[in-house]
Design a protein around this ligand. Structure first.
Ligand code: NZQ
Ligand code: ZN
Length: 392
């Protein structure tokens, strides 16, 4: 196991009706003037926004609002949010919604207290200071409610990049699984796919002797595979929603990723797809993961065989472990298709003629790019092109 530091101080309020505690939580973490930041309207339609405002009113906490965050959140609204917070002397950012609203809120929180362009953080500058952030989560997916990360798309050139730093960890997150019952089946499945990707990206490691985190990851993937069909079949299955919601948080606050190198090439290769075609991140990952894993399988056949046996119930073929490894990747692919995810470029809305451009963006698309997608296997532009071709 590698050395590590782990500090994940987010306070979680989990369960039915917990959004009523939002005002008290903002107060507890020092907020006196709040920006409520949300997406395209689901929280207005469900009545959640009104309930959150009521809980702020009850604590006599002032607020301003900024809605309109798009999935794959854009830089334009972040600049608008920064200006609004400065003008209104906001001292706490409250995201109400999914990963997109939360990530946009994080970018605003960092931008408000920074003299330069907030995009510097998305070009590699560590986030060391930000206004305090709270979240009321409405979809189990990105894990941003417990993570120190944020992903934003710069409108100029449609470049999608991530930023990280401890200042991005929310002070609190409200997780009420009931709030996810209004999700369409497709968004639910996209979220579950993202959760599984966060687990696989940690499982694919070059570190040795990481049994505890291996076993935690396997358990979480198994739970997602078990719970997913229940919520696709019955969106109101509270207990299944609850397990998926907590699983999504556990998958990405890094409790399963400490002490081990991690992959993240599927995410980096996918981000070009959601930036270019504006597809859902989870849908992009459903197509990307099997391709990346197939391409990288020979780097460590036994690791792929291990997850095939332990998670997907494949029979170990000791004479030909590569067959077991491959069977595990196929089982993942079939599972993702079974919950309604796309299986190839065409179903995703991606185009073969863009492959060279996409691979170039993945390898050279940011200022500090080196031409390599680093991860479990370090990939050159031609490797990335080959991976995109496996998705056709
Ligand atoms: O915008 P509204 O109207 O709220 O609708 C959203 C949106 O259309 C809808 N939705 C959310 N909760 C709902 C609901 N509809 C009905 N009922 C509800 N309860 O679902 C759609 C997707 O929402 P979004 O916030 O985009 O989903 P998600 O949580 O999957 O976030 C995706 C973003 O997170 C980034 C992705 O790249 C993508 O940009 N990621 C962030 C990470 C992080 N910060 O740690 C890690 C992830 O790997 C990921 O990259
Ligand atoms: Zn993700």
């Amino acid at each position: 196991m590698d050395n590590f530091n782990f500090y994940a101080p987010t306070y979680f309020a989990f369960g039915k009706g917990k959004e009523a505690e939002t005002g008290k939580l903002v107060k507890r973490f020092g907020g006196t003037k709040v920006l409520i930041h949300y997406g395209g309207g689901s929280v207005v339609r469900s009545g959640l926004l009104d309930r959150v405002k009521k809980s702020l009113d009850e604590e006599k906490i002032a607020y301003v609002e900024l809605g309109g965050v798009k999935p794959n959140p854009r830089s334009g609204l972040v600049y608008e949010g920064i200006d609004l917070c400065r003008a209104e002397k906001v001292d706490f950012i409250l995201a109400v919604g999914g990963g997109s609203a939360i990530d946009s809120a994080k970018a605003i929180a960092a931008g408000v207290v920074y003299d330069g362009d907030f995009w510097d953080f998305y070009e590699g500058k560590p986030v060391t200071a930000a206004l305090p952030i709270g979240t009321v989560l409405t979809i189990a997916a990105a894990g941003s409610e417990g993570s120190p990360d944020s992903v934003i798309t710069k409108e100029e050139g449609m470049v999608k990049r991530g930023a990280s730093g401890e200042a991005y960890r929310p002070k609190f997150s409200v997780l009420n699984p009931e709030l996810t019952q209004t999700l369409p089946a497709y968004q639910t499945a996209c979220g579950i796919t993202d959760i599984i990707a966060h687990l696989y990206e940690r499982y694919l490691t070059n570190s040795k002797d990481v049994q505890v985190t291996d076993r935690m990851i396997e358990a979480l993937i198994l739970a997602m595979v078990e719970e997913a069909p229940k919520v696709i079949e019955n969106p109101n299955d509270y207990e299944a929603r609850a397990n998926i919601m907590w699983g999504g948080m556990m998958a990405h606050n890094n409790s399963c990723g400490v002490g081990r190198s991690q992959d993240w090439s599927s995410h980096n290769i996918e981000h070009e797809l959601s930036a270019e075609y504006d597809c859902a991140h989870g849908a992009g990952l459903a197509v990307t993961m099997p391709a990346v894993f197939t391409y990288n399988m020979n780097h460590d056949v036994m690791r792929f065989a291990q997850i095939a046996v332990r998670v997907w119930g494949c029979q170990m073929d000791f004479a030909h472990p590569e067959r077991t490894a491959k069977a595990g990747i196929e089982a993942l692919r079939s599972f993702l298709i079974s919950i309604g995810m796309p299986k190839n470029f065409e179903e995703l809305g991606a185009k073969e003629e863009d492959i060279e451009k996409l691979a170039h963006m993945a390898c050279y698309g940011s200022e500090n790019a080196t031409g390599t997608v680093y991860g479990f296997v370090n990939l050159s532009q031609s490797d990335v092109e080959n991976i995109y071709r496996l998705m056709l």
